[in-house]
Design a protein around this ligand. Structure first.
Ligand code: ATP
Ligand code: MG
Length: 298
């Protein structure tokens, strides 16, 4: 059975961040303990009901991709056994599949997005201004159509409650420096291209995905946070893909579709979600983990 954890509480460790999904603790030696909980956010609001096992599935998917892509871009994982860092009274089984020990990095303050297909905010921008983050695209592209070439479309990381904003490469370069911006762009596209090809062999299209990067004391770049999960990516079953419509995906669409039937202003507090929607969402995460990583959580 997957475990369920809405909020971690590790006494004796210093919690430095409670994000929408992850609880982050500081460890000695410039390290972090990152715990993926079962919190589900939709429209940037954390919902009151957990999705059992979601944090475990997210962590397992990320760990899988971090391992597979380490030859392309180094990542934040340290592979320290959790028993070495968890307080001695911790229920280890609750954390063993959802927590990782990582290098503590200085975040590059952008969302590094790669897009291979025209959907979401990319499709919106294309329809209104014909370009995306300053990248001119050919005329006549349709919704969900594959782009001639994957593109890097950074966005600013918004403060809590705000939505992210697409920016051009030049705006990003002005903010973080040209050299770092180029490194982030190249790393983003390299991982995306490799992963998209890998997933395609398993019948899954990775339409787009978001990475976060950080640098160490020496300025060396690492990919951090999560990688190629249903929360950070649009995965489409290839056999249901059709240009012109928004394909069904393995992400939170299931929950979003339910929420759209409610009268709710998309502000906190979020509404309760019925058991069948929770089960359906959990099954989507499990399917992504199985199809991509070949992993089934007992
Ligand atoms: N190796 C790392 N070093 C430093 N920070 C990291 C590292 N890996 C992840 N993080 C940060 O830890 C946090 C993870 O929390 P989570 O994913 O729940 O946040 P979020 O809700 O997506 O965003 P926010 O941080 O704005 O709440 C993120 O802020 C992420 O940038
Ligand atoms: Mg996050």
């Amino acid at each position: 059975m997957p475990t369920t954890l809405l909020q971690s509480n590790l006494s004796g460790l210093e919690m430095i961040h409670r994000g929408k999904v992850r609880d982050v603790y500081a460890l000695s030696g410039n390290r972090l303990l990152i715990v993926a909980t079962d919190r589900l956010s939709a429209f940037d609001v954390v919902l009151p009901d957990p999705i059992p096992g979601k944090g475990e599935m997210l962590t397992q998917i990320s760990n899988f991709w971090f391992g597979k892509t380490a030859h392309i871009v180094p990542n934040h994982l340290l592979y320290t056994p959790l028993e070495d860092v968890l307080p001695s009274d911790t229920n280890v089984a609750l954390y063993s599949k959802r927590a990782v020990v990582t290098k503590r990095l200085k975040p590059v303050p952008v969302e590094a997005i790669a897009r291979g297909y025209l959907i979401g905010s990319g499709w919106k921008d294309y329809q209104t201004i014909g370009s995306l983050c300053g990248i001119k695209l050919p005329a006549g592209l349709r919704q969900a159509e594959q782009l001639p070439e994957p593109i890097f479309t950074p966005s600013t990381k918004a403060a809590v409650g705000d939505h992210d904003e697409n920016v051009s490469f030049d705006v990003m370069a002005a903010a973080v420096g040209k050299e770092l911006a180029e490194q982030v762009r190249d790393a983003t596209l390299a991982i995306y291209k490799w992963a998209a090809a890998y997933a395609a062999e398993r019948g899954i299209i990775i339409a787009d995905t978001k990475f976060e990067f950080g640098t160490d004391e020496d300025g060396k770049l690492y990919v951090m946070d999560e990688m190629l999960t249903p929360d950070s990516s649009r995965f489409w079953p290839a056999d249901q893909y059709q240009i012109g419509i928004s394909p069904p995906s393995y992400d939170k669409q299931f929950v979003r579709d339910y929420l759209e039937t409610l009268v709710w202003n998309k502000k906190a507090p979020g509404p309760r979600v019925p058991a069948e929607v929770i089960a359906g969402t959990s099954a989507k995460y499990a399917e992504a983990l199985q199809r991509l990583a070949g992993i089934t959580l007992e």
